[in-house]
Design a protein around this ligand. Structure first.
Ligand code: NAD
Length: 352
């Protein structure tokens, strides 16, 4: 099967494969769309993919979701994504990051790179020595993404469970990194009761030390925890035939990108009466917040960014209303709304 035939390809505008023997860099930059701004943005994920095909599929899937997210939130850029093949703990070096910066530079500003799983604001600072097409040099997008997920979760609980606040709401959080740990802080402040898990025991210890009432669970048990809400904040692909059958929550609302193993799993969740809040809607706080990143750590801007991410809750409300009106899942409604917007953006693109 050629890359054009992959279901994730979905009309991608540009896909580049980069290789730098000296630093060991193997990276794919997928640009779903730049229309009509001539510009795209998306994070850089580094992980030990089994092979280049798996990496390419992930890049395409993540890049398309990024386009949907940016279009739905009316941000003036299309979606893209970088994936770097390698273990960030073992294979990441300053030389590799500089080679990646050179790759981004070669795209002449059509793509702005940012952090994602496996990369950090410090990595972006190093990349920024080689190219100016980088976002998130100072500002960690964890807080804005977490605040967006929190506002989405509040709306999901209000509409699906009929509760006006989160007091006593039982939430299981998988993944306690930049987003998940902040989400825990906000949920605890709102009176929720939490169960948490992470493959990194030190991440669990940190959250439990801050919030003594939080209960740690083994990672294998977190998805099937007996809770109201499951908040996946680690990696994607976790909702499949096996895990959906075992879920005991009523709402899934979390930051992880591409939580559904396949699109049909949105129907499987709805058939079990579980509300799935589309990931690319509820995790949009990061892109909304990134627009406020002046690169100089201005804290006034940081609080303005947090306030602006509350748009995520409103957007989820609109998506849920459209889903009810059209008799489809919120996921299908969000995809349809996003595709309409991407089509409109492409129609405004000047022809060469
Ligand atoms: P992070 O790397 O800071 O944290 C991820 C956490 O998940 C880590 O603590 C890691 O140990 C844990 N983890 C990894 N694999 C796991 C597994 N199989 N089971 C349990 N825990 C596991 O990443 P983050 O920035 O917090 O992002 C979390 C998710 O949200 C990712 O899917 C990311 O793509 C998505 N997201 C993040 C942002 C952002 O602004 N950071 C924006 C949009 C979406």
């Amino acid at each position: 099967m050629s890359i054009y035939d992959l279901p994730e390809f979905d009309g991608h505008e540009h896909v580049s494969f980069f290789c730098d023997a000296a630093s060991g860099l193997r990276a794919i930059i997928a640009i779903h769309s730049t229309a009509p701004y001539g510009l795209s943005g998306g994070g850089c994920r580094m992980q030990p993919y089994a092979d280049a095909t798996e990496a390419a599929r992930d890049a395409l899937r993540l890049s398309r979701a990024m386009s949907y997210k940016l279009a739905l939130t009316d941000m003036p850029a299309g979606g893209a994504k970088t994936v770097v093949i390698g273990d960030p703990r073992r294979d990441k070096s300053e030389t590799l990051l500089r080679a990646l910066g050179a790759a981004v530079e070669r795209l002449n500003g059509r793509y702005i790179i940012a952090e994602d799983v496996g990369t950090t604001p410090e990595d972006m600072r190093i990349i920024g020595q080689v190219t100016r097409y980088v976002s998130g040099k100072q500002q960690d997008t964890g807080p804005t993404t977490a605040h967006g997920v929190f506002t989405g979760l509040r709306v999901a609980v209000a509409r699906h469970l009929g509760r006006s606040d989160l007091k006593g709401t039982r939430v299981a959080v998988q993944g306690l990194g930049a987003v998940g740990s902040r989400l825990c802080d906000e949920l605890i402040a709102a009176g929720a009761t939490l169960w948490v898990a992470d493959i990194d025991p030190s991440a669990v210890e940190r959250v439990c030390a801050r919030h003594p009432g939080v209960t740690p669970l083994p990672n294998e048990a977190i998805l099937a925890a007996d809770v109201d809400v499951l908040a996946p904040c680690a990696l994607g692909g976790i909702l499949d035939d096996r895990t959906i059958g075992a879920l005991r929550c009523k709402v899934v609302c979390g930051a992880a990108n591409n939580q559904l193993a396949e699109e049909r799993h949105a129907e499987a969740l709805a058939a079990r009466g579980i509300l799935y809040a589309p990931d690319f809607v509820v995790n949009a706080g990061g892109v909304i917040g990134a627009a406020f990143d002046s690169g100089d750590g201005d804290t006034t801007q940081a609080s303005a960014a947090l306030r602006e991410t509350e748009r995520v809750g409103d957007l989820l409300g609109t998506v849920m209303a459209r889903a009810e009106q059209d008799g489809v899942t919120p996921y299908a409604a969000a995809v349809a709304m996003a595709q309409d917007k991407v089509r409109q953006r492409r129609a405004q693109q000047p022809q060469p």
